[in-house]
Design a protein around this ligand. Structure first.
Ligand SMILES: [Zn+2]
Length: 404
């Protein structure tokens, strides 16, 4: 999973507070003909549903995928695959040393076969502590309660399937138009011909984070599955920034059979999205020349040493600075020095490899090794390349100093 961490930290100030909204209202309102239940019946059903879903929590704690998925609405295929990825995310977080637990905060029953479940996702690691809430609809199918996705509405344009919450219906059209233009530009510049790009728009930082699961995030691309991001109703620039970044992740996963490691993913996402500008006319332009100088200068001022590329095999919890900063600098160096075509050649080497299943616990290791091989095949020995990129930036650092 690829996260926007560094870039987005800057935006935290603007995104004040989390507004949880009841996501089930719309569905419940549609259910006009439901038989009326007595208070007693509702209470009983709520207790029964709570006991039932406690078994789902148990499945989460035991990392029992099959059991966990049996509580999800399997008619909603995309949601089920995302929930599968969610459970893998939990396992990954625990492996990284996070204390993770999921708690049922509330269950509401509105009719014999509809209701909602409010979940609290708690994550703790040393001094870091997060608690996110999400309220999913539940529906009764063949006598059993199932959890369903938030009540997304849908619009499509070409390969883009845009899912948005009812509260975002005024933004959906503009987002869809922008994302279509971004996808078109990327399709033009890269060997990418997407069949389906699933995008989900959230109106709450908490619900988005809880659905991944992640401590706190504004945008994410789940490889070969969907990309999700928060839509700020009063700041379309932030939304646009998230889109152009996350779509690169989606594309890169597809054109490499998901064989691009974290540093390559974040590096390219930052590098390419810097080149995308939305003109006041609404037109979107792509210009690699000079697009990144500002970011490069900031990084050069802050980074003391340029670690060898073979050290960039790290996860988002322990090494996000390297993944973003050095990932960016390596990518910037490769494309600026040797050109985009050469870089695409390297990516095509990765496309020759097969897709590794997400539940393969060695996936990250294998991918990293493949990436190093592809880089060596394209650019030569990795040690030499590491020295060359470090020398390139050390020289630039000196120039910066002497200019000041
Ligand atoms: Zn990213």
């Amino acid at each position: 999973m690829k996260k926007l961490a560094i870039v987005i930290v800057v935006f935290v100030v603007f995104l004040s507070g989390c507004h949880l909204q009841s996501s089930t209202n719309v569905k419940q309102k549609q259910n006009k003909k439901a038989p009326v239940m007595t208070t007693e019946e509702i209470k009983r059903e709520q207790q029964a549903a709570k006991d039932y879903f406690e078994k789902m929590i148990l499945a989460v704690n035991e990392h029992n995928k099959e059991q966990f998925l049996s509580f999800q609405n399997d008619a909603n295929k995309l949601f089920c695959r995302e929930q599968e990825a969610w459970l893998l995310g939990v396992m990954q977080k625990r492996k990284e040393g996070w204390n993770f637990d999921e708690v049922i905060k509330d269950i509401n029953i509105s009719s014999p076969d509809k209701g909602s479940i409010e979940l609290e996702i708690n994550m703790k690691k040393q001094k870091k502590k997060y608690s996110n809430h999400i309220t999913y609809p539940i529906i009764k199918i063949d006598g059993n309660w199932k959890m369903d996705d938030l009540p997304f509405m849908k619009r499509s344009d070409g390969p883009i399937q845009l899912y948005y919450l009812p509260s975002l219906k005024n933004q959906a059209e503009a987002v869809l138009a922008d994302v279509r233009k971004i996808v078109n530009v990327y399709m033009e510049k890269f060997p990418w011909d997407p069949k389906e790009v699933n995008i989900k728009l959230y109106d709450s930082l908490e619900e988005l984070s809880a659905s991944v699961p992640w401590e706190s995030l504004y945008g994410v691309s789940l490889s070969l599955l969907s990309l999700k991001f928060l839509v700020e109703t009063n700041n379309t620039d932030i939304t646009f920034g998230l889109m152009k970044h996350e779509v690169v992740h989606t594309m890169l996963a597809e054109i490499t059979n998901d064989n691009a490691p974290n540093f390559m993913q974040e590096g390219l996402a930052m590098f390419i999205s810097d080149a995308i500008t939305k003109e006041p006319s609404g037109e979107i332009t792509f210009n690699l020349e000079g697009a990144s100088t500002e970011r490069e200068t900031i990084l050069l001022k802050n980074i003391k040493s340029f670690k060898p590329i073979s050290y960039l095999n790290t996860n988002y919890t322990d090494g996000s600075i390297d993944i973003y900063s050095l990932g960016y600098l390596v990518t910037n160096y490769l494309i600026t020095t040797f050109g985009l075509d050469k870089y695409l050649e390297m990516l095509s080497e990765l496309k020759k490899e097969d897709i590794i299943e997400n539940d393969n616990e060695n996936k990250e290791k294998i991918i990293f090794k493949r990436a190093i091989n592809a880089m060596e095949k394209t650019y030569g020995p990795i040690d030499k390349l590491s020295k060359a990129y470090a020398a390139y930036y050390n020289k630039k650092k000196l120039e910066l100093k002497s200019n000041n």
